[in-house]
Design a binder for this molecule. Structure first.
Ligand SMILES: [Zn+2]
Length: 268
C-alpha cells in the first residue's frame, strides 16, 4: 500500500488541520423556519448548517446517553491531526458519542472475510474512542453521493463498499481506499452524521497475496475507519494515519490520543 489514499491529499486534507469553512447562506432552506446552507465539500460531505431551533431534529436523531466509557490515552506520545475542528477551536469534529454509528456493508466484490475486516476496525475504533459502531446489515446500495449530500433528516447508515476504478475513478492507480464523513451544524457545533469507507477491490485482491498481506489489508481498513471518525493524516511514520503507510499496521500512540479525543466530545 505504497500510496494508501492519495484522495485525501486530492481533497486538500493532507497532514494539515482542516476546519469547515464558514457557512455560505442561501444554499438550502428547510421549510422556511430553519435556514440551512450548503457550506463546503469536506472529505466526502456537503456540510449543512442548522440553527439552534433545530432541537426537534436532535430528538429525531435519537440523542441520548453516552455509550462506552471514555478510554484513557497518553497525551503527547505521538502525532495526530483532525480532519476538521470546531469553529475557532482546536476541538475536533466527530460523531456524537451518544448515538450509534450504523454501518452497512455492500458485499459485492468484497473479500470473503470482509465482515471480519470491518468488525476488527470497529473493535479498534470503538475501543480507542468509546464510540458505538454497529454493522446493521448488508446492502446493495452503492450510493456514495447520497452520503455526500446534505443530511437534514435521519442520516443513512455509513456505507462500506469495495469498488473498482471503473466505479470510482478516484481509486485509480495505487489508491487503496478513501473515507470520510459528512457533517451538520447544530446549536453552533459541527457533528458527523454519516459517511463512506471505500476500498479498492483489485488492490485488496493483490495485497492478499503479498507478504503480510492480511495485516496490510486490515491496516488499510483500520486507517480508513480512522478517517471516518475524524482523524487526518500525519507525517509520523509510526502512526497508522501516515498517508503512505508501509510498515505500521496498528494504531500508534498519536492515533490513539486523537481517537480518544474524538470520543471525548460532548453529546449533541
Ligand atoms: Zn488516509
Amino acid at each position: 500500500m505504497a500510496e494508501l489514499d492519495r484522495l485525501d491529499a486530492h481533497y486538500g486534507l493532507g497532514a494539515s488541520p482542516y476546519s469547515p469553512p464558514p457557512p455560505r447562506r442561501g444554499g438550502l432552506t428547510n421549510r422556511g423556519t430553519v435556514p440551512a446552507a450548503i457550506v463546503a465539500l469536506l472529505l466526502v460531505g456537503i456540510v449543512v448548517a442548522l440553527l439552534p431551533a433545530a432541537a426537534p431534529l436532535r430528538a429525531l436523531l435519537g440523542v441520548g446517553e453516552r455509550y462506552g466509557d471514555r478510554p484513557a490515552y497518553t497525551e503527547g506520545a505521538g502525532s495526530y491531526e483532525f480532519i476538521a475542528t470546531q469553529d475557532g477551536s482546536d476541538e475536533p469534529v466527530g460523531y456524537d458519542p451518544c448515538r450509534t454509528i450504523r454501518i452497512e456493508i455492500n458485499p459485492d466484490g468484497a473479500p470473503d472475510d470482509h465482515r471480519e475486516l470491518v468488525e476488527h476496525a470497529i473493535d479498534q475504533i470503538g475501543g480507542a474512542t468509546g464510540l458505538d459502531l454497529e454493522v446493521v446489515g448488508e446492502t446493495d446500495d452503492r450510493d456514495l453521493d447520497g452520503r455526500r449530500q446534505s443530511v437534514t433528516g435521519t442520516a443513512p447508515p455509513v456505507l462500506v463498499a469495495w469498488l473498482t476504478e471503473d466505479d470510482e475513478p478516484d481509486l485509480a492507480g495505487d489508491v487503496a481506499g478513501f473515507a470520510g464523513s459528512a457533517s451538520v451544524r447544530v446549536a453552533g457545533r459541527w457533528s458527523y452524521t454519516t459517511g463512506i469507507v471505500v476500498l479498492d477491490r483489485e488492490d485488496f485482491a493483490d495485497i492478499e497475496d503479498a507478504p503480510n498481506g492480511d495485516a496490510q489489508r486490515q491496516a488499510i481498513v483500520d486507517h480508513e475507519f480512522g478517517h471516518l471518525v475524524g482523524l487526518g493524516h500525519v507525517d509520523d511514520p509510526n502512526e497508522l494515519m501516515h498517508a503512505e503507510n508501509v510498515n505500521q499496521t496498528e494504531f500508534g500512540p498519536g492515533d490513539r490520543e486523537g481517537l480518544g479525543r474524538l470520543g471525548q466530545i460532548p453529546c449533541g
